[in-house]
Design a protein around this ligand. Structure first.
Ligand code: UD1
Ligand code: CA
Length: 458
């Protein structure tokens, strides 16, 4: 729909953000795990623009480095002399036939649909996104004439008491034909209380030149709310998370408490999933059907198949859990942990860069790293694959139907053959053949009449 618009997007992000009280530029503070300005860039891209300009100032190098996106045209505004001055810095990137959309790096939740409506209305010259607020304090007010047409925007600091009573305010987001914008930008002055070049003054110029300034409003005021301090950041985060939670519930997920789940990325899911409180999802996570996730889990960039149970306090990072498996409580699946179907990974078990075969169980207090574990293997409590010799990592291979007794160390590189058994308490340093029992325990001695050392009385 926006394809043939010749869209030129300008994102203003040069403000200092003093009220954040931070050494990090404001637009790099994160909302749902992503920099504020990244949200705006991602939304911008969905509109298929010909160019995205980001006007940066304070801390700009840091912003460019972190965003690291070659599709962005970065424009420096060395001194912040106002929103109009900021847009002026982009003048040589504005082509006459383009439609310019002005967005803000610290207004992260603006929606594609809202912008599409705004752009639709800008075809004849100019459109403005406004919102009616119960408390309009601090915002530029939309002044309309007796026919209800927009006349100008008056900044609060320049407003009379009568104008201050107006509830409809400027969100700052607007769309305007590039040729017109260029003409009007050239005429801006800073004859106002703040001695700034106001972008908003182009509205009065448009009216004077006989253009009707069209307006649209967003569905929800959070879309146009900016972040100036950490309280506002937290408010927007909660709003965003509530929206995510609502979508999940509409899609077939039961949430024990929709206010206690955080999605910092993308969650793809099936149906009949239940998620207990305080779970954090990061990056790209996919969950199949009929899955239950216990309280206080952190799940990042992982895949969970159908019929899986994740018990409380488990951490998954770049892991994959096969159908019908059970993980936790207190399990840690680190990058490269791949569990086949029907596996059991129990409490205080850490698995890294390892494959666990169909139906195998690693139930208690164990470290499995750089390992290949076959089918129907039982790894006893307190087993450690000693994968690191202080310089290099080595592999442990455990074939099908192996039984590893408790408190065993498998010193890699080492291979345990099919159906082999490892006696509890063994330190295995060489390969074990199929069907054999390997045991390295010192033979048990009994000493009759043995007395424990007694405490020396002083
Ligand atoms: C602006 C609008 C006001 C509107 C409000 C909505 C103007 C003159 N006023 O006021 O009508 O109600 O936004 O939040 O436009 N920026 C730059 N360079 C500058 C100045 C600002 O990049 O030289 C960026 C800031 O980083 C910020 C945005 O522009 O993201 C808005 O600037 P700010 O000074 O906060 O404008 P407001 O006074 O809030
Ligand atoms: Ca502001």
């Amino acid at each position: 729909m926006t394809d043939n618009l010749h869209l030129n997007i300008v994102i203003l992000a040069a403000g200092q953000g003093t009220r954040m009280k931070s050494s990090l530029p404001k637009v790099l503070h994160s909302l749902a795990g992503k920099a504020l300005v990244q949200h705006v860039i991602n939304t911008s891209k969905k509109l298929n623009p010909e160019i995205i300009n980001v006007v940066y100032g304070h801390g700009g190098e840091q912003v460019q480095q972190q965003i690291n996106d070659s599709e962005i045209n970065w424009v420096l505004q060395a001194e912040q002399l106002g929103t109009g001055h900021a847009v002026e810095q982009v003048t040589n990137k504005l082509k006459d036939e383009q439609l310019v959309l002005i967005l803000y790096g610290d207004v992260p939740l603006i929606k594609v649909e809202t912008l599409t409506n705004l752009l639709e209305k800008a075809k004849d010259g100019f459109s403005l996104l406004t919102v009616s607020l119960k408390k309009p304090d601090g915002y530029g007010r939309i002044v309309r004439d007796k026919n209800g047409l927009v006349e100008n925007i008056t900044e609060e600091k320049d407003a009379s008491n009568k104008v201050k009573e107006i509830n409809e305010v400027n969100t700052g987001i607007l769309a305007v034909k590039a040729d017109l914008l260029k003409k009007w930008l050239g005429k801006l002055d800073n004859n106002n209380v703040q001695e700034e070049y106001y972008l908003t003054d182009v509205i009065a110029m448009a009216v004077k030149d006989g253009y009707t300034v069209e307006t649209t409003q967003p569905d929800n005021e959070h879309e146009v709310m900016g972040v100036n301090n950490r309280l506002q950041l937290a408010e927007l985060e909660r709003h965003y998370q509530q929206e995510q939670a609502n979508k999940l519930m509409a899609g077939g997920i039961t949430l024990a408490d929709p206010t206690r789940i955080d999605i910092r990325g993308k969650l793809i899911h099936g149906q009949d999933i239940s998620i207990d409180i305080n779970t954090v999802f990061e990056g790209n996570v996919s969950i199949g059907n009929n899955v239950s996730i216990g309280a206080n889990c952190v799940i990042k960039d992982s895949k969970i198949a159908d019929d899986v149970v994740i018990l409380p306090m488990s951490i998954l990072d770049n892991a994959s859990v096969g159908k019908g498996s059970k993980v936790g409580p207190f399990a840690r699946l680190r990058p490269g942990a791949v569990l086949s179907d029907n596996t059991h990974i129990g409490n205080f078990v850490e698995i890294k860069k390892s494959f666990v075969g169909l139906g195998s169980k690693v139930n208690h207090l164990t470290y499995i790293g750089d390992s290949m574990i076959g089918k129907n293997v039982n790894v006893g409590a307190g087993t450690i694959t000693c994968n690191y010799d202080g310089a290099n990592k080595h592999q442990t291979v455990i074939a099908d139907n192996v039984f590893v007794g408790s408190a065993t160390q498998l010193v890699a590189p080492v291979k345990i053959g099919k159906n082999a058994t490892i006696g509890a308490g063994s330190t295995i340093t060489t390969d074990v053949a199929e069907d054999e029992l390997a045991i390295t325990r010192v033979k048990q001695k009994s000493i009759k009449g043995w007395k424990r050392p007694a405490k020396i009385k002083k």
